[in-house]
Design a protein around this ligand. Structure first.
Ligand SMILES: *[C@@H]1O[C@H](CO)[C@@H](O)[C@H](O)[C@H]1NC(C)=O
Ligand SMILES: *[C@@H]1O[C@H](CO)[C@@H](O)[C@H](O)[C@H]1NC(C)=O
Ligand SMILES: *[C@@H]1O[C@H](CO)[C@@H](O)[C@H](O)[C@H]1NC(C)=O
Length: 481
């Protein structure tokens, strides 16, 4: 086993725009850092590729191991890591844990994590065997989800019981957050007129599509990155705009051509932009780094830019969002989707990637490793989302990392896009109280104004199923509960 020491620290830039942010627990933005002090040199060169794995997902999304490490593990390393994580959390002797399959070890980790997060409380978990913990979860599922009898739940394995448990666990942990995201009467909600194809050349004041909007303290202004469709083409250009309010933004530059789905992050003086680059072979994940805000806002023509090869999907990978950044090791953990066959049907699935050496290194130092996720791709279809699982955004709230994501009820049916919220493993639907049933492309940022922490969330409202004048981009600004 490799010895790795973890320290939860906050990088100097992570508090930019978040006055009073004392540590990572306080920060509600995605830009909190898990710093890893590697005791041994990186094993990237010898990394063996393994398949999508429940154990990898569980260790990552429960915050037990960073993805840059997990994504390099062999199957044996992943298994050993899951076993040593489980051992102190139950009374089952390690020799018995070792007789389980890697998936079964991961199921046991899921069960324990659900019980330990249950606000109802379960005393003495570490003194319980894996089987006792499973029975405790079955009783909790039976009490919370009245529709299922003990016998029915006993017939399900611990993976299936864990999926069911998320239906009560997430509301128990985050009902105030879920309600606030969907309650447009809270704070301000505006529909930005969608001015498709109307941009001639910047600067101009325009409507937006799929926008990432952040407040910048130093500039005392709002900055947005959004895309617009090119005239007569099924392609997009990426723009940056600035203004004193999110409703009065002026375009300052075009950031990319044949580019879309931008999300950006302030890193100290610099700006990291993640987006989709549409090449002839279809969209790929791309990253650009601007040394300073001025270069970003003026659309510096040649920022340091990485465009990934499509290593997972057969024709499309995209909607990148930053999940974790480790500035010390120069490792970005990026959420994304890929278009891939599942049971004979091609559908967008969730994936994760690690980009190494990008912030400080030059192109020869850059390393990209992408991996399909498993739990979210298994569970959401069972919860009724059998279509695409697409873009997402992550943030910290109540000391935990949360994900807000779009999920399609039925493949290619634009009436059925819904917003789901969860911890990266399990998700529940966010009821958005508006005329439109269909809501897509959630982008979530937060900042601290003088009195409270404020969430800025945007959604794309497809014209299918939308109310009058509601198609296009919805901007919702509300106090975080
Ligand atoms: C954008 O994509 C189109 C279609 O593939 C291509 O013709 C055009 O040259 C691209 N533009 C740039 C700037 O790469
Ligand atoms: C939204 O969903 C409700 C309930 O399923 C349905 O009655 C209504 O027609 C839908 N509205 C639109 C605009 O599709
Ligand atoms: C802070 O944000 C909240 C929520 O949008 C708003 O109601 C409040 O007026 C803001 N306070 C200041 C001082 O801007």
């Amino acid at each position: 086993m490799r010895k790795v020491f973890f320290a939860l620290i906050v990088a100097p830039w992570a508090c930019l725009g978040l006055s009073g942010c004392a540590n990572c627990e306080d920060s509600t933005d995605a830009t909190c850092t898990f710093q890893t002090n590697m005791q041994e040199p990186s094993t990237a060169d010898t990394a063996t590729n393994t398949d999508a794995s429940i154990a990898r997902d569980v260790l990552f999304f429960l915050g037990r191991k960073p993805m840059p490490e997990l994504i390099q593990y062999s199957e044996d390393e992943l298994r050993n890591s899951a076993i040593s994580d489980l051992e102190p959390r139950c009374s089952t002797p390690v020799s018995s844990i070792q007789s389980l399959s890697t998936d079964e070890v991961a199921y046991a980790l899921l069960v324990e994590s659900i019980l330990s997060r249950d606000p109802a409380g379960h005393a003495g978990l570490t003194a319980m065997s894996i089987e006792d913990q499973r029975n405790t979860l079955i009783v909790a599922n039976n009490q919370r989800l009245r529709s299922k009898s003990i016998a029915q739940l006993q017939a399900l394995n611990s993976y299936q019981n864990s999926r069911l448990a998320y239906d009560w666990l997430l509301p128990a942990l985050a009902s105030r957050l879920i309600d606030s995201v969907g309650n447009l009467a809270l704070g301000t909600a505006t529909f930005q007129a969608s001015a498709l194809n109307s941009i001639s050349s910047p600067p101009s004041t325009v409507g937006m599509d799929v926008a990432c909007i952040r407040f910048h303290d130093g500039l005392n202004s709002w900055i947005a990155v959004f895309h617009k469709q090119q005239p007569h083409e099924d392609l997009f250009d990426l723009y940056v705009a600035v203004g004193s309010s999110p409703n009065s933004l002026e375009v300052t530059a075009v950031l990319g051509t044949n580019a879309s789905m931008g999300q950006f992050y302030f890193l100290g003086d610099g700006v990291l932009l993640l987006y989709e680059q549409n090449n002839i072979g279809g969209p790929s994940v791309a990253a650009s780094y601007y040394e300073n805000l001025k270069d970003f806002l003026s659309g510096q023509s040649d920022p340091k830019t990485f465009v990934s090869q499509q290593t997972l999907g057969e024709s499309a990978e995209g909607t990148p969002s930053l999940t974790v950044i480790d500035e010390t090791a120069d490792e970005l953990t990026i959420g994304m989707h890929c278009y891939i066959s599942k049971g004979g049907t091609k559908v967008d699935q969730q994936a994760v990637a690690v980009l190494r050496g990008f912030l400080r290194g030059s192109s020869k130092d850059w390393q990209w490793q992408a991996q399909l996720l498993k739990v979210v791709n298994d569970w959401l279809p069972e919860d009724g989302f059998t279509g695409k699982l697409g873009s997402r955004s992550s943030f910290y709230w109540a000391n935990e990392r949360w994900f807000i994501m779009e999920a399609q009820g039925e493949l290619d049916n634009w009436y059925t896009w819904r917003i789901v919220l969860g911890d990266g493993l399990g998700f529940v639907e966010v009821p958005i109280r508006m005329a439109s049933n269909s809501t897509a492309n959630p982008v979530f940022t937060t900042f601290l104004n003088s009195s409270e922490r404020v969430a800025v969330s945007t959604f794309f409202i497809p014209s299918e199923g939308s109310g009058p004048d509601q198609a296009g981009e919805l901007l919702h600004i509300f106090p975080l509960p």
